[in-house]
Design a protein around this ligand. Structure first.
Ligand code: ADP
Length: 404
């Protein structure tokens, strides 16, 4: 067996997944949360084992203590990491700036560079570094690989990533569009080509990653050429709690007229906007249920959500110069026939037509949801960012993922 441990470390929690790369199947998953909070919580599940699950509450003062809890859970509840033949640890890193064009083996220099990018991702990169430090201490003999959410979008042309502001100021402060959700957009666009049995190189695809965070990506022959998130994950589509696109002058206006300070505005747009701001509820299931029950506020919010997606679909058709495939993925995209149908309603004239008989049934497998007559094939493909990180990790240490 060849196993890769994938770590997604946040400031007060981390998630992990152990993946058997010979079969690309999950061996165990876990979550360690409320680190530093007095009462920590850890959950570990060895996949497919009846006694391989543990859910415990205990003090977890820091990430290093959290890793000790994880190691103990593997030892007690399996699979043991030695039996699984752990060959590498893959770390999800949100912001790779313009420094990291792809995944890299982590050494002290790389670790420092990831820390230095904290200015661009103050909530994420310092937390990733804490996870990397702890993981390197616990697994000193296996390579650690950093896989960046941004690197898939490093193929964007300058015309797509440049903001029309003072060039010198932008350069001094590294201001440009970076884009995020790269592991998901890459995984899903490649899976779409595989599912359709068509060469990736000839496909023009729009991926709609709709979760709590949401982004669209235009993929031309496997390369990201445009994406909706920007310098930060705030730009673009309407999200659970984020506004997405907004006239920047709204910020000046609210500062001047409502007296809101910069921190309050940051919180307003990142945490109190989107579906939450529009309806009082950021969870798409609740918004949908309310709309179905006749709540006009919820329906109006969904209309804003759809309008924004349609705008990006039209824009990316133009940027791609055509379109073969639209893929829905992530929590909302995979599970909500209402959103898929609503977002693409009225696009028949562009060759995009959803088939309710295919769209409505629940399923966990990749599938077509467009009509036979639809010129653009619309797919639903479950994303798997952990597997993508594990694949890139294996590729980076010189072992190629198996052809399955
Ligand atoms: P994250 O960005 O946190 O990874 P996910 O991809 O897990 O988010 O997506 C979470 C979102 O998916 C939530 O808003 C949730 O309401 C939504 N969701 C999950 N299942 C459904 C469903 N059946 N219908 C509509 N929305 C759903």
């Amino acid at each position: 067996m060849t196993a890769v441990l994938v770590i997604n470390s946040g400031s007060s929690s981390f998630k992990y997944q152990l993946i058997d790369m010979d079969t690309e199947t999950e061996l165990a998953t876990g979550l360690v949360e409320r680190i530093g909070d007095g009462v920590g919580h850890a959950r570990h599940t060895a996949t497919g084992s009846t006694d391989g699950r543990i859910d415990q509450t205990l003090p977890i003062p820091d990430h290093t203590a959290g890793f000790a809890v994880m190691i103990e859970a593997f030892a007690q509840h399996g699979p043991t990491l030695s039996e699984a033949d752990l060959v590498a640890v893959g770390h999800r890193v949100v912001q790779g700036g313009s420094v990291f064009l792809g995944p890299v083996v982590v050494d002290d220099l790389v670790q420092g560079q990831i820390a230095d990018l904290a200015d661009l991702a103050p909530l994420h990169n310092p937390a990733h570094v804490q996870g990397i430090i702890a993981a390197r201490a616990f697994f000193p003999t296996v390579p650690h690989v950093a896989v960046f959410d941004t690197s898939f979008h490093q193929t964007l042309p300058a015309a797509a990533y440049t903001y029309a502001i003072d060039t010198a100021l932008a350069a001094e402060h590294s201001i440009r569009r970076y884009g995020f959700h790269g592991s998901s957009h890459k995984f899903v666009s490649e899976a779409a080509a595989e599912f359709l049995g068509r060469p990736l190189a000839e496909l023009k695809t729009i991926v709609l990653h709709l979760g709590n965070g949401a982004s669209a990506c235009a993929v031309d022959g496997g390369r990201s050429i445009d994406t909706s998130m920007g310098l930060t994950p705030l730009q673009g589509l309407v999200m659970g709690t984020r506004s997405g696109d907004i006239d920047p002058a709204v910020v000046f206006h609210l500062h001047r007229k409502a007296g809101l300070g910069i921190e309050e505005l940051d919180e307003l747009l990142n945490k109190k906007s989107g579906m939450l701001g529009l309806t009082g509820n950021g969870d798409m299931r609740d918004v949908e249920d309310a709309a179905v029950a006749g709540d006009e506020v919820a329906q109006a919010a969904l209309d804003v959500y759809y309008h924004r997606i349609r705008g990006y679909v039209g824009s990316y058709m133009a940027q791609l110069g055509g379109l073969d495939v639209i893929v829905f993925t992530a929590g909302v995209g995979e599970n909500s026939p209402i959103v898929r149908a609503g977002a693409l309603a009225g696009l028949e004239g562009l060759g995009i037509e959803i088939d309710p008989a295919l769209n409505d049934p629940f399923s966990r497998v990749p599938r077509v949801v467009s009509t036979a007559a639809s010129r653009v094939t619309v797919l639903v493909i479950p994303t798997n960012e952990e597997l993508e990180i594990a694949r890139q990790t294996l590729g980076t240490i010189g072992r190629t993922p198996p052809a399955l």
